[in-house]
Design a protein around this ligand. Sequence first.
Ligand SMILES: Cc1ncc(COP(=O)(O)O)c(C=O)c1O
Length: 479
Amino acid sequence: MAISESGRAPEDILSELKKLKSDDVPWRNGRLFSYIYHPGDEGEALLKSAYSEFLTENGIDPTSFPSLVAMENDILGFMTRWLNGDEHTVGHITSGGTESLLLALKTARDRARVLQPHITKPEVILPFTVHSSFFKACSYFDIVPVVTPVGKDYKADVEAIRSAITPNTILIAASAPSYAFGVVDPIVEIGQIALANNLLFHVDACIGGMIVGGMPRAGLENHPFDFSVPGVTSVSVDLHKYGYAAKGCSALLYKSDEIRKYQYFICADWTGYSIVNPTMMSSKTGGPLAGAWAIMNYFGFEGYVKLARETVETTRRLAEGVNQIPGLKVLGGEPEASMFTFICEDSINIFELNDEMNHRGWKLQLQLGTHLAPANIHLTVNKAHAGIETEFLKDLASAVETVRQVAPSQVQLVMNEELRGEVTEQALYNVMARLGIDPDNLPKRMALVNEVLDLLPAAVVKELLGRFMQGVYKPKLSV
Ligand SMILES: Cc1ncc(COP(=O)(O)O)c(C=O)c1O
């Protein structure tokens, strides 16, 4: 496995690429609860054909590739209707949720630079449960994140948001739903605050917009979150999640062009051709757009409404089953949309439970503890999980019984003895050595590593994760 010196035959290359995938997590069978949204075999084949049809086209220039503009406008039209927008609603397709959130904040910052030049340190109000990409945006664009608490229901605390407003505030953000606990923030109340204070209000419906938008249309609960809510000025919805499009596709919509125009980067004073970049990238493949256009036509408006209903039903069946397993508890009551999180009683080590489920072929998402909840397991439920409920719950119940037999963990004790309140590099090595963890060769069962991470201060965890990534990505020299 290295890049060839003198070139290779296409069949040979393709067969090696296929082989390369063999270590990847299997995802077609509904055993993975994150990362991939499988539209079914027929939908996948359609996606791939549409994507490769436009793989080579370049979204840099709308005048050379009107096909891409036409597809983008169709998708945005669909999303305007889905999000109850009107004739003023505008937007763009970005490469994903992170880019949509980065752009929503950059737009707010650049708008403030023009309309409120006295603001030199712009602030955005972020309820504690917002996605990490908001913090990334603050770090990239030099915006101050003002984090506000959430309530016992894990939803943004409305009064805390009101009190956090200062003359430097440029935007309020909220989630519909938030990732970790899957609940929808009180968008209507926050919208009132935004209106009263003349602030931008971005709703991050990246993960759940296609679900919460479909729910009332399918006769389920209405969680108002979109342009029908007074005060909402922008909304992001990832089509590469519950839109079942290929990766690289999110929709970012604004209430009007008066706001969207600040998203653009335009350059007419460099030595090359004039540049107008509505989104972050300049050259970009047309593949994700074509894939999204195709899969949206495949399911249709009604198809997404049906998918929302079925997915919420699957989620509720799974959550109800988890709650019935002695020792497990779903946080936040009945799931509001298509995600939920559960914790374990003390006699069950959640890190071991995660490994045990992994061992049985289920890939769940472990989340480290915060002041809101101890370490927990998160499930993002989608179309691929309809029909796996019984098998999953049976395996989970039996995994819990297996984990109950595991000897109590020594991690806390070892860490107390070695760290003595101070995390030095040497002390960390001692902890690892005593627990039998080789930091250069991580084990398949990660319970011990995860438990150590859960007990360390966040700053140390960040440092360790950074180093881990540096170790993963190393150029493999071919000669
Ligand atoms: C609520 C929310 N916002 C934003 C994102 C970021 O999306 P992406 O991974 O496509 O960049 C996610 C991803 O899970 C999310 O759950």
